[in-house]
Unconditional design. Sequence first.
Length: 137
Amino acid sequence: MAVPFHSGYHGTKFAVEGLSESTRYELEPFGIKIILIEPGAVGSSFWRNMKNAAKTSSLDINSPYAQMANNMSEAQKQMAENSMHPSEVAKVILQAVTSDNPDYRYVVGKDAVMALEARRSMSDREFGTLIKKQLNL
């Protein structure tokens, strides 16, 4: 899933998923298993170190994106505050790599599970409306 102001980040995540899915089929005949770990918000230095590109332009009060950027910034603060401990992801990784028959995809965290369930059960329009509402956009 993608949210505003993170196009590059989400683009790379989508690329990794596509690459993983493709190579999964190619490598499976050789006994090589590809596993995706898809966590929700994880408490790490990611949030503290995240920088918004051209911060002065998107958050400038004269920018047409100013309100949206401010709302997204507030939503990110809430995500960081409600993030899971990295050990939760580590447990799932350990489970996946030590399994004789691992699943292809592991979704980690209540936020990720709820978001994916919502995504699967809604139309694109409905899901877009939900994301905008949750981010106050």
